[in-house]
Ligand binder design. Structure first.
Ligand code: RIB
Length: 299
């Protein structure tokens, strides 16, 4: 069983020909809302990959709450650990430029009210061999408590180091498996501006120090990882991205689902990388997460 302990947002998305510079106003082409939040996106990806998934987190008691949960609910995700708290649902203000790149500002709302006690409740329902997936969009003490409870219970913890926060390097040491993009990995390793050779050396060094499985996503260049002393690589698909929002979350959810299903590590990386590529071909975080069969057709 997989439990995702993390954020649930409503995404407010505008598209532009190019992203503005600080202080600049650019014309927008379209506006849409879609369910998002790194936690919710990863939970939906794991569910669409075919696994049983609990989502744990919080929404507000406003008009966004039901929409933010709708796709998770439709997919059959267990939402019994989602609280409805006083205040607004989390929102993300997202600009998507013509090249598919994006800028995001997240206002936590209800996500900021998730507590360490909530983490204890959620992880307290898990058993040895279950998988706990976390990100950094809910308060640090809640993430830290979830990670230490997971260790006590023999639950495998997977921490996606996004979005990058000052606590990310410290929290990163507490998980069994860490998934980071290039920038997040540089912060974890304490080394800026790594080329491919330096990244591989840092993976070996950190892995030797901690024994953790470390996964670095490289956008269009796929993924590199180290597990049990062995470096693995996975390639996604060659695509022209339309919107990369949620692609990293799709990777995380599919990877976690694949481990839960018992796939070998290399196959899990490849499947997750292909799913992440497919998520770049449609607009919106959750609407773009592919179904299991669509991913299988492209592996
Ligand atoms: O990773 C993409 C997500 O980041 C968006 O859905 C947005 O809600 C922000 O949390």
């Amino acid at each position: 069983m997989i439990t995702v302990f993390g954020s649930i947002n409503m995404d407010l998305i505008a598209t532009t020909d190019r992203l503005p510079k600080p202080g600049e106003t650019v014309a927008g082409n379209s506006f849409a809302t879609a369910a998002g939040g790194k936690g919710a996106n990863q939970a939906l990806a794991a569910r669409r990959a075919g696994r049983y998934v609990h989502m744990a987190g919080a929404v507000g008691k406003d008009g966004f709450a039901a929409d933010a949960l709708a796709l998770l609910d439709d997919a059959g995700t267990d939402l019994s650990l989602v609280q409805h708290v006083d205040g607004p649902t989390g929102t993300a203000l997202i600009l998507v430029g013509g090249d598919g790149e994006n800028m995001i500002a997240v206002v936590p709302g209800a996500n900021g009210l998730v507590t360490a006690a909530d983490a204890e409740t959620a992880v307290g329902k898990m058993s040895e061999g279950d998988i706990l997936m976390l990100q950094l969009e809910v308060p640090v003490d809640a993430v830290e408590c979830a990670l230490s409870e997971a260790r006590v219970r023999g639950v495998t913890s997977i921490l996606n180091l996004a979005p990058l926060t000052p606590d990310a390097p410290r929290l990163g040491r507490l998980a069994d498996i860490v998934i980071a993009n290039e920038t997040e990995f540089e912060r974890l390793a304490g080394q800026d501006g790594m080329d491919a050779e330096a990244r591989e050396a840092a993976l070996h060094r950190l892995h030797q120090e901690t024994g953790q499985t470390l996964i670095v996503t490289l956008g269009g260049d796929g993924v590199i990882a180290i597990r049990n002393g062995v470096i693995s690589r996975g390639q996604g698909l060659k695509i022209e991205p339309v919107d990369t929002v949620g692609a990293g979350d799709t990777f995380c959810g599919y990877f976690t689902a694949s481990l839960d299903e018992g796939l070998d590590f290399a196959s899990a990386l490849r499947r997750a990388a292909v799913a992440g590529s497919l998520a770049c071909l449609k607009a919106g975080a959750q609407p773009s997460i592919p179904l299991s069969q669509d991913v299988a057709d492209r592996i």
